[in-house]
Design a protein around this ligand. Structure first.
Ligand SMILES: [Zn+2]
Length: 100
């Protein structure tokens, strides 16, 4: 598997972010919630059973919010889509958005 999330370039990005396997981290949405995306195989979730968005196979990538809640994704694109919608999969993010 190659790409900006893997190999030497991926490890450099993860080191800059400070999270194993991470390839992006941003404050997202009106509540400015920190949500990142990680390449699961190189992350602390590598041994965990997390399925991709269709629940038909293990997740290649994960979106992870600042509360430590993770959801699976099959591709980088899907991971970013899910990262932008953390209020739909994390109760604490939902509360933050509701409180605005
Ligand atoms: Zn959250």
């Amino acid at each position: 598997m190659t790409g900006p999330h893997a190999g030497k370039a991926g490890r450099k990005t993860a080191k800059e972010i400070g999270v194993k396997g991470a390839w992006t981290l941003k404050a997202r949405g009106p509540a400015k919630i920190l949500v990142g995306c990680v390449y699961r195989a190189e992350s602390e979730w590598a041994d965990k059973s997390i399925l991709s968005e269709k629940k038909d196979r293990p997740a290649e990538h994960l979106a992870v919010c600042e509360h430590g809640v993770a959801v699976g994704a099959s591709t980088r694109r899907v991971a970013i889509e899910r990262a932008k919608q953390s209020e739909h999969w994390c109760e604490k993010c939902k509360a933050r958005v509701a409180a605005l």
